[in-house]
Design a protein around this ligand. Structure first.
Ligand code: C5P
Length: 240
């Protein structure tokens, strides 16, 4: 996964649409994110189809359950041979350790160890919501850092977070692999994202990988848009 810093979110309602989209890229191998919508529609077989085409896969299912259930689910997910998976850090340290154990067990059965990252707080969670609805009375940033500590102690590879939080997170956890959605080129439509960054801004902030959905999938020329996102991301590495 680390070789592919630009991850395309396959937010389509069917495998047919996703394959149609990917056909524009001919034989090019991409990093793609399969989320709940596509996975619940098409199931594990579709993940295997994408793998056969040589794509690196981030299976974004955000597991959050009791440790035993997560361990057993990760054992199944690991067997699919995906490249990155995730859990909610709010499930706790034991749950995160159980996720790793499930993945490690699948490796023993012939799978390969994917990166395992955690979602701290969703980017849709506001400070007011955290206090009034979830009942956590500290700042959002403090709580994100608190959860990062649990992620590190559990031994996961890093976090999915807003590009705006990467600097703060990397300062405290320099070895974390950080995956950041909410990315748009300066000239693109923002859609429903609130806090966005361009690919090069995210790279400068320290993101290791960016997730881009509609900026590429809904672009009039997706292939061209993909190249522009790639170029924007790379430009920061030239100027660093
Ligand atoms: O289309 P867009 O680039 O906004 O899509 C971003 C992708 O990243 C979507 O699949 C969305 O669900 C996901 N995501 C996000 N914010 C998070 C976590 C995941 O936008 N905090």
């Amino acid at each position: 996964m680390q070789q592919y810093p630009l991850i395309v979110a396959l937010d389509f309602s069917s495998g047919h649409e996703a394959i149609n989209f990917l056909s524009q890229f001919k034989d090019r191998r991409l990093a793609v994110k399969v989320g709940m919508e596509l996975f619940y529609k098409e199931g594990p077989d579709f993940v295997l189809t994408l793998k056969e085409k040589g794509h690196a896969i981030f299976l974004d299912l955000k597991l959050h359950d009791i440790p035993t259930t997560v361990e057993r689910a990760m054992r199944q997910i690991g067997a699919l041979g995906v490249d990155m998976v995730n859990v909610h850090a709010l499930g706790g340290k034991e749950m995160m350790k159980a996720a790793l154990k499930g993945l490690q067990d699948s490796v023993k059965e012939g799978g390969k160890m994917p990166l395992c990252v955690a979602v701290t707080h969703l980017t849709s969670t506001s400070e007011a919501m955290m206090e009034n609805e979830i009942g956590i009375e500290t700042s959002l940033n403090n709580h994100i850092l608190h959860l990062c500590q649990q992620v590190e102690e559990a031994g996961l590879n890093g976090v999915v977070c807003s590009a705006e939080d990467v600097k703060m997170i990397k300062k405290a956890y320099p070895n974390f692999y950080t995956v950041t959605p909410g990315i748009r080129r300066a000239t693109d439509v923002i859609h429903d994202q609130v806090r966005i960054m361009t690919p090069s801004e995210a790279a400068i902030a320290g993101s290791d990988a960016i997730v881009v959905g509609r900026g590429i999938t809904r672009a009039p020329q997706p292939l061209e848009a993909y190249h522009l996102y790639e170029k924007d991301w790379r430009s920061s590495h030239v100027s660093k």
